[in-house]
Design a protein around this ligand. Sequence first.
Ligand code: ATP
Length: 428
Amino acid sequence: VTAAAAPSVLAKAAIVAVGSELLETTKVDTNSLFITEQLNAVGIDVVSKHVAGDDRAVLTHVLRSALAGVDLLVVCGGLGPTDDDLTREAVAEVLARPLAEDAALVDQLKRRYASRGLSVPMPLNNLRQAMVPAGGVVLDNPNGSAPGLWMDHGAQAVVLLPGPPRELKPMMRELAGARLRPRASGVAIVRRMLRISGRFESHIDQALHPLYEEWAAASPPIAATILATLGQIELHLSVRHASREQGAAMLERATAQAVGVIGEDVFSTDGRRLEEVVGDALSSRGLWLAAAESCTGGLVTSRLTDVAGSSRYVGTSIVAYANEAKTSLLGVPEALLAAHGAVSEPVARAMAEGVRSRAGADLGLGITGIAGPGGGTPEKPVGTVAIALASSDRTDARTFRFFGDRELVKFQASQAALDMVRRHLRAE
Ligand code: ATP
């Protein structure tokens, strides 16, 4: 009798996403983000990610190199029935295990096919999905036909998951809870993200410097990373802790410290986006917001109405792109347009006040700018945007100068407009 060796601890993982469409310009590998989240939650670090096209030689090469130096390899996609689905074959080759048809899987595939009531017999190709590398454990796929596979390979483990996110997610969740958690170190990686507006990355970095030192010296240490994204800065905090709850409590304190230093420029500490923060603030005060949008073409209203429940605070918005529309729909005086130009604070104010009174709203936003690439002048270059916010007692206006192409200028303008509303409501 030989004692079973204790299963090795899974600490480091690599992810391989398979699919030629992921190498093109329209499809992004989002599965690996979900897989990472699930692995981190049980304390497994992702040390490399790879995307491989549907090519046998490329795939075996990528699998070999991804597998080197990790405890766990997660491969997603390419498990379907067609000839370009090569994951099974490539993994079998790399692990040097013959593929064999699994009788139970053949039955299951036949039953699944029959239940669809089609008049033609099941294509033979479908049987590819019943091929299992020797020693592989089949993982149920309640949402599709391609099963997942688990293989222990010496001290390493390899797992194959189907590509469609709605099939992969439940399988990955189940896998993390049932198979990975007991094999992982038990140290959870807890994360928290703060979102900040109206400051430069370097300001934030400087302001947080003393805290970085304190966090790095904590036990266990808290890691902090600053990321500048479009129209906002993100501060990512993470800690590896044997207790998820205690790790979360450490990050709760660190979050409060960061807010103490940065103040009201922090608009979110719980993952909410700016449009949600603004929506919640309007909703809790029972206020209505109306927007008059020129250069943003409705983007502010679109973002606000992306949030479920926005009918509680968005009633009317007007896209007034042409000067005549600003005059006829919002009552912006022609003389004002002639005197200051459409992109000016006086016009933004008139738009904000016009839409507020016409909509009968509590707050009115006016946004007018030059999104480019044409239309800029030395005095008002591309990216110049005037934004005004009208309330019952006053109208504030600001002129911004944004960088980037048309889409970036539009997004930053929508971000600045929403942020003006947020700050106004905070100050109330
Ligand atoms: P199927 O049985 O559906 O063929 P599969 O395992 O072969 O499953 P793929 O054919 O590779 O999966 O992908 C199916 C769908 O899932 C496609 O729409 C694809 O774009 C999407 N998908 C695949 N991989 C990813 C990924 N890494 N991130 C996001 N979507 C993905």
